[in-house]
Structure formats: C-alpha cells, structure tokens
Ligand binder design. Sequence first.
Ligand SMILES: Cc1cc2nc3c(=O)[nH]c(=O)nc-3n(C[C@H](O)[C@H](O)[C@H](O)COP(=O)(O)OP(=O)(O)OC[C@H]3O[C@@H](n4cnc5c(N)ncnc54)[C@H](O)[C@@H]3O)c2cc1C
Length: 458
Amino acid sequence: MLNEATIGAFRASLHGGLIEPGDPAYEAARKVYNGMIERRPRLIARCADVADVVAAVKFGREQKILVAIRGGGHNAGGLGVCDDGLVIDLSAMNYVRVDPKKKTVLVGGGALWRDVDHATHAFGLAVPAGIISTTGVAGLTLGGGIGYLSRRYGLTIDNLLAVEMVLADGRFVTANAKENADLFWAVRGGGGNFGVVTSFLFKAQDVHTVYGGPMLWTMEDAAEILRWYRTFITKAPGDVYGFFAFLTVPPVAPFPAALHGKKMCGIVWCYTGPIKKAEKVFKPIRKMKTPALDMVGPIPYPALQSMHDGLYPPGLQWYWKADFVRALPDEAIALHVKHAAKLPSGHSTMHLYPINGAAGRIKNNATPWGYRDATWSSVIVGVDPDPANNEKISAWAKEYWSALHPYSAGGGYVNFMMEEGEDRIRATYGKNYDRLAKVKKRYDPGNLFRVNQNIKPK
Ligand SMILES: Cc1cc2nc3c(=O)[nH]c(=O)nc-3n(C[C@H](O)[C@H](O)[C@H](O)COP(=O)(O)OP(=O)(O)OC[C@H]3O[C@@H](n4cnc5c(N)ncnc54)[C@H](O)[C@@H]3O)c2cc1C
C-alpha cells in the first residue's frame, strides 16, 4: 500500500517533479493526445534525467504498482497513461543534439519529432519519422516509424544506431549492434516492453527542401486513382513517396472555399530527389488525371512534417483500426470507395502508407517489424471533437476495417492499434513473437512494463 511517507521519500528523490491528483498540474499532466482515453494515474513522475527514471522504475517495482511510460503521449490506445498506477513521464527530457560531422542525432526519451526536425534542419539533415510533428520520438520509434522518408531511407528503426535504457531491475544500459544486441533487436519494433528508453541515437539523412504536399481528386475519380496508384507506387523510385488518403477538405485556408467540407481522395507527396528535376518527375502524375487541387511544390521538410499539425490538435476523440496490405485488387478498391463515401466526420480519414522501397528491402527477421514484404500500412481513423459521436466514428472504422481485413496481410502496425488483445499482437509480430518473448523474459521477467502492446515473458 502506498502511504504518504513512501510517496514523500520518492518525491524527495526526484530532480523533476511528482504530480498527484488534486495538484494544479494534474489534469493537464494526465491527459494524452487521444481525448477518448480518460485515465487517472495515482502518481506522475515528471523525470528530469536518468537518475529520476531509475528512481521511478525502482519505486514502481518495489511498490508493485502499475507502471506506464509516457513519451509524446500520442499513442492510439493511450498507452502512455494508466489508471491508479505510476506514469513515468519523460516529456521534460526532450533535448536534441546534432553532430553534423558524423550525421548523427542524440535525442532525449521525451522529445517530439518537431524538436528533432527543427534541430536537424539547420544542418540540412532529417531523421525519417512520421507525418505529424507533435508525435513522440519514443513511441513512434519503438513501434517502427513510417513516414515520408520510408521508401528512400527506411523506417525510423532502420536509422536507429543505439538506445540507452533503464531496465526493470534498475540497471542503466546501452543497446546497439554490438552491446546487448538482443535488446537492440527487440526495441526496433517491440515497443516499450523492455525498459524505459532515456535516449536514442539516430543516423541522419541529407534532406532539406523537398517537393511535396497534397494533390486532391474527386470521389468519382477515387477508384481510377487507386488503380493507377497501386502500380505506380510499387515501381516508383525510392525518392518518390506518396501516401493515399480519403478525407474531407477542412473548412479553412489555404483550401479553396468551393471545396470546403467536400469528401475527396488524395495523395500527399514527398519527393526527396534533386528539386530541379521535380517538375519533370511529377509531369506524368499530373497528366494521369488533373487534380482538383494541387498544392505540391518545394517546401522545407519540417514544414511538410508539420503541415497537418493544426488540423489535428490534441484532445480529439480517435478510434483506430489498422492492417498491413500486400496488394489492392479491384474488389478491395471498390470496398474502399464504398466505405470512404461514408466518412462519418470532418476529421475521419483512411491512409495507405507505402512501406516498400528501402523499408521493404530489410529482412522480416532483421527487426521485430515483421511485415517488410507488405506494400502498405493502412490505417482507418474515426476522429471527431465531440465525445457524443464516439459510437458513430468507432462503428464506421470497425465496419470499414472488417470489410477490408480479408484483403490484408494479417497483422497491423502496433502504433496504429488500440488495445486489441494478444492474438492481434501475435499476428502482428508473426514469427518474431517468440524471439521477442524470450528477450522480454531476459530483461523484464516480471512484466513490469505491461502498459503497451504487451509481449508476455516466455
Ligand atoms: C496524429 C497522429 C499521427 C501519427 N502519424 C504516424 C506516422 O506518420 N507514422 C508512424 O509511424 N506513426 C504515427 N502515429 C502513431 C505513433 O507512432 C504512435 O501513436 C506512437 O505510440 C506515439 O509515440 P508517443 O511517444 O507520442 O506515445 P506515448 O503515448 O507517449 O507512448 C506510446 C507507447 O510507447 C511507450 N513509450 C513511450 N515512451 C517510451 C520510452 N521513452 N521508453 C520506453 N517506452 C516508451 C509507452 O509505454 C507506450 O506503450 C501517429 C499518431 C498520431 C496520434
């Protein structure tokens, strides 16, 4: 049982702060990005440094309370927070140190991608990440990391050189290709199962100004665009990335008023080849079918990364469903068009993220991320500001996903899933699951870190 003296001693051991229910900071500190998640932890340890993380892990283990780890707080299922237990909150550990000579970046375990993009851009560098800059580096990386640079430079984990971690027994270790190599293998897709990552060392890539942005077409053109896209993206060179989306045009500038509120399909592009060649590369794309809206042009990489941030502020209600997809037969395309026509709210969307190219050239067992042979990672999200619409947006996402799941490869990307049970986690890791379970047993035999897509120690 927690008592005031125990909590007092813990508080005194922290360089950062300890937040409890009733504290002025509590309500803001317990909230995560997904407004559908309402959890009330007993304690939130806002760690300032590694020593604080060691103290927090020790406290959680000795007091036998549920422990959640929070990086950016963006997780689909709200796995950065728990009821009643202890949240180890790393948001204050958000430093980013770029080494322009070595082209490496050292990032604190609580940084957001916008922190990294800002710091690296000054040196003409970027680390492959996701498509929203407010997402946490930690959760996105530990789950894999899909984004605009995946086809050229691989997933985020393919650019990870090392991590420093606090393990369940309180030890502080480095994991890289040579040191604790089994742990390094496991953290590249196995999520927050193995310990608290206090820093990430990434390889950075030469990316500065790209040619990107959205191209939109009408829903009437959607089947034709998808049929063209399924072939195009499997043959396109690695410096061309484009994810497909169904969406409702937001009722704000710079979108033209005539399109506000209209359901459309689109491709959001990111070309990282020489800018002077971009117009030529995009000529056949524009010729294939003139877009109803074409916002593609030269843009600094961080601006593309943060382009959607304002449209998706924290606190919206989100219901997620995901799958990996190898092929898009005509029947699947027809189902996509049917369900997308019923997008239940302005923020709801479906994305098909390409994971071929460089990301697909890695072996399925080289990291736990076992669907390297898939072409896309698909995500269907019902999103709305009003909790009264939760049933409506969830039902739409479930129905859409159920219709398309038979055409999928089996599992889904862990970072796009809510809490969906052990079978789904096993399906996602496939043949890599048993190896993950062994590493889990070695580093966290008591399953202290279980507020995640949990791998049971075996
Ligand atoms: C709007 C939006 C857009 C997104 N776009 C993309 C995208 O383009 N590409 C993509 O790949 N993903 C994307 N995601 C998914 C994203 O990768 C996951 O939500 C991810 O879990 C977020 O990481 P976080 O650190 O913000 O999450 P948190 O909620 O803080 O944590 C998520 C999980 O990671 C664990 N964890 C967090 N920090 C640590 C740490 N320091 N050490 C150990 N474990 C830790 C937690 O225990 C938890 O299980 C998006 C999510 C949102 C909400």
